[in-house]
Design a protein around this ligand. Structure first.
Ligand code: UD1
Ligand code: CA
Length: 416
């Protein structure tokens, strides 16, 4: 199946210089989420219509195998689809159209929509949904229950505005019928744009079969037009991710105050306390305690039975098993061996102003409060650092040593 993703608009209502579809949800642009869903639904190389800051948007398409179609001027969704006509020249079968600003729709739903479309033998199908707050969306107008047209908010009569079934912006069109319809739309509307939605009424009048299939819930139909919508979508994705971990035996004390990006692994029996932020790609083992107030960033792994406690930030760091980092620490570009204890106030100074450097801490190391590791640093197994020590790259440390001071130096048992 061919697909067209509409992503050329600026997103005026976002009040932002960044193209709307590049606004991030947990660090990933909204458009990326949509393209991932299409891939999961089995759609290879969709056509993405780009326009506003086209080069910025284009650079995001490649990893998803999407092909760019340029819409130089944004004259409306109908005009945007028309731009893909040449690219679809040899295409057979139905064309899926979806907005680049609707990342909550699931791949399963797209498959079901496709099946319903096939079964009904309609020339055009629209994915609709019931909305408690239909403001801003096109309304599904039915006559005697039959889908008749889509009316945009600004052009709607008060009666039409009262309709709560809305257009999600996802469509399946027979290719020939699509471009036939697009030839006939005008821009005689409040926005002065060529509306894709106007094809419905025209095609129906010409005798084509048009259908609207309502979604079971409104959630997936949520589009992003404003910063408020972006926050709503982010919240929903967070809820979905947390629910996935809950059914695998992870405890979240306060799911609403915890943020877990898609693509995180957490082992059974782990408890995540409130106000944590866990980025995509992080792996946490079983029976760990995370937070409250912990930030776990990309490329970090926490081994089984470890504690990453309050106000601890972990960044590109591998933490072994049964490691305790219970309070106030920055662990960046580090490897920490099993059984080590990281005292309060520990900092890996990983950045020299130009480059990042590694800190390798062995097993069963006892890091005293307020120790600073000026990376690159290697700390062998069983070492203890005194409170306030500053360990330099030049510090010579042997297995089991006790190092103290600024800069840190090994000390004898007697002095201790
Ligand atoms: C559109 C629908 C509306 C539907 C809603 C669902 C039309 C006329 N209206 O309204 O019925 O309820 O989506 O979210 O289609 N775009 C382009 N080029 C353009 C204009 C828009 O590529 O010239 C893209 C935008 O980047 C966006 C998508 O099309 O990703 C939808 O455009 P938007 O302006 O958000 O349409 P809505 O007003 O939300
Ligand atoms: Ca929209």
């Amino acid at each position: 199946m061919e697909a067209i993703v509409l992503a050329a608009g600026k997103g005026t209502r976002m009040c932002s210089e960044l193209p709307k579809v590049l606004h991030p949800v947990f660090g990933k642009p909204v458009l990326g989420l949509v393209l991932e869903t299409l891939a999961a639904a089995g759609i290879k190389s969709p056509h993405a219509v780009i326009g506003y800051k086209a080069e910025e948007v284009r650079s995001f398409l490649k990893p998803y195998g999407a092909v760019a179609v340029l819409q130089r001027e944004q004259k409306g969704t109908g005009h945007a689809v028309l731009m893909a006509k040449a690219a679809l020249k040899t295409a057979q079968g139905p064309v899926l159209i979806c907005p680049g600003d609707m990342p909550l729709v699931k791949a399963e739903t797209l498959k079901e929509f496709f099946a319903a479309h096939q079964k009904s033998k309609a020339h055009v199908s629209v994915l609709s949904c019931e909305s408690e707050d239909p403001r801003g969306y096109g309304r599904i107008v039915r006559e005697d229950g039959r889908f008749a047209s889509i009316r945009e908010e600004l052009d709607a009569t008060p009666e039409e505005r009262a309709i709560t079934e809305i257009n999600t912006g996802v469509y399946l069109f027979d290719k020939k019928v699509l471009f036939e319809g697009l030839e006939k739309i005008g821009k005689d509307n409040q926005k002065g744009e060529y509306y894709l939605t106007d094809t419905i009424e025209i095609l129906r009048r010409e005798g084509y079969c048009v259908e609207a299939f309502p979604l079971a819930g409104a959630e997936e139909g949520q589009g992003i037009n404003s910063q408020k919508d972006l926050a709503t979508v982010t919240k929903k994705i967070n809820e979905r991710e947390i629910a996935k971990h809950q059914v695998k035996g992870v405890t979240f004390m306060a799911p609403d105050q915890t943020f877990v990006a898609p693509g995180v692994k957490i082992g059974q029996g782990t408890t995540v306390y409130p106000w944590c932020y866990i980025e995509s790609g992080v792996e946490i083992g079983a029976r760990c305690e995370i937070g409250p107030f912990a930030k776990l960033r990309k490329g970090s792994v926490v081994g089984d039975g470890s504690v990453v406690g309050s106000f601890v930030e972990v960044n590109r760091t591998q933490i072994g098993k049964k490691v305790l980092a219970k309070h106030l620490a920055y662990l960046g570009d580090a490897v920490i061996g099993d059984g080590s204890n990281i005292g309060a106030g520990t900092v890996t100074a990983n950045f020299d102003g130009k480059k990042k450097h590694q800190t390798a801490i062995g097993k069963n190391v006892k890091v005293g409060s307020n120790t600073v590791f000026v990376a690159p640093v290697r700390v062998p197994d069983g070492v203890t650092t005194g409170a306030g020590s500053v360990v330099l790259p030049s510090t010579k440390i042997k297995k089991g040593d006790v190092v103290v001071g600024v800069p840190a130096r090994p000390t004898s048992k007697k002095k201790r």
